[in-house]
Design a protein around this ligand. Structure first.
Ligand SMILES: Nc1ncnc2c1ncn2[C@@H]1O[C@H](COP(=O)(O)OP(=O)(O)OP(=O)(O)O)[C@@H](O)[C@H]1O
Ligand SMILES: [Mg+2]
Length: 289
């Protein structure tokens, strides 16, 4: 497996692969990789011959008081994990490589990025869209795989890929969970053992909403409050627990009646960790049996 440090090295590796008749897969990450990331790599490998995994803690998607400085950086073990999952190359650029002196251009996102996390992390999705657009431009025509744990991010990326005519096919992969239902996340590493147990309120909350939905409940406010009732006692604070349209990612008002599919999504703080999770009611099974 190759370790590539410069954007032009990744471009050459992808160009060379295509010149040899291979298809290219891309898996963007911030490192501190877990089994959810490995699943993305395996999925990319199923769909493409040459798979590049980027590992880059992107400064432009962090707010001023967020965890950029203490975000875990574990490149050696990340490389071992993605190699085992079938990656052909790891792209681990420097900040200055991705944002050279004079860099000033940003991808302006729209309504898809307004509610849910967009309302709580100003500038976050602009930073995500900008770095992913840079990666797409470097890699060229490819299939890129993202996780549905970051559901709104996936929708924002699909949107700008269409709007800006990137030659990239976007695949969204189901959320990989720990055996007890907690969504895998690099930020789970911030949790103490007590907080790790408390975090199970998240899958319980989504599951409660899912059971009610399956029993016919369609009031957005009721579905959200069933999930909220499980996370309120365990959260240090709640950013949001919202029911939203799964395509536009616009939040429903609590009096609204949802259709046959509805996104329920939440973000909470648990000690020093900000955790997110979601599911599409009417489409996927709940996290807990
Ligand atoms: N549990 C998971 N299942 C499937 N995909 C995941 C999971 N967790 C993260 N991903 C996906 O991995 C890609 C890289 O995400 P990222 O590096 O931010 O990992 P993360 O676990 O979300 O980290 P953090 O919790 O710090 O945000 C994204 O497409 C994200 O949706
Ligand atoms: Mg993430």
């Amino acid at each position: 497996m190759q370790l590539l440090r410069e954007p032009l090295e990744l471009r050459r590796a992808c160009d060379d692969a295509r010149a040899r008749g291979l298809t290219v897969g891309l898996v963007p990450t911030m490192g501190a990789l877990h089994e959810g990331h490995a699943a993305l790599v395996r999925e990319a490998r199923k769909r493409a011959d040459f798979v590049a995994v980027s590992v880059f803690v992107n400064p432009t998607q962090f707010g001023v008081n967020e965890d950029l400085a203490r975000y875990p950086r574990t490149l050696d073990s990340d490389m071992a994990k993605v190699e085992a999952a079938g990656a052909s190359a790891v792209f681990a650029p420097s900040e200055g490589g991705m944002y050279p002196p004079g860099d000033e251009t940003r991808v302006r996102v729209g309504a898809t990025a307004t509610d849910l996390c967009g309302a709580h992390r100003p500038g976050h999705f602009e930073g995500v869209a900008t770095v992913v657009a840079k990666l797409f431009a470097i890699a060229g025509p490819c299939t890129a795989v993202f996780g549905r744990k970051d559901y709104q991010q996936l929708q924002v990326i699909k949107r700008f890929t269409t709007d800006l005519f990137f030659p990239v096919t976007i695949i969204g992969l189901r959320t990989v969970r720990e055996i007890d239902g907690l969504a895998m996340s690099s930020r789970n590493a911030y949790l103490t053992p007590e907080q790790r147990s408390a975090a199970l309120g998240i899958p319980r909350g989504l599951t409660a909403a899912s059971r009610a939905f399956d029993a016919g409940e369609r009031r957005a406010g009721v579905l959200a409050s069933l999930a909220r009732a499980e996370v309120e006692p365990i959260a240090t604070s709640i950013d949001y627990v919202d029911v939203a349209d799964p395509d536009s990612v616009r939040a429903h008002k609590s009096a609204e009646i949802v259709g046959e599919r509805a996104l329920i999504a939440l973000a909470i703080r648990l000690g020093g960790a900000r955790l997110i999770d979601n599911m599409v009611l009417g489409e996927e099974p709940p996290p807990l049996p």
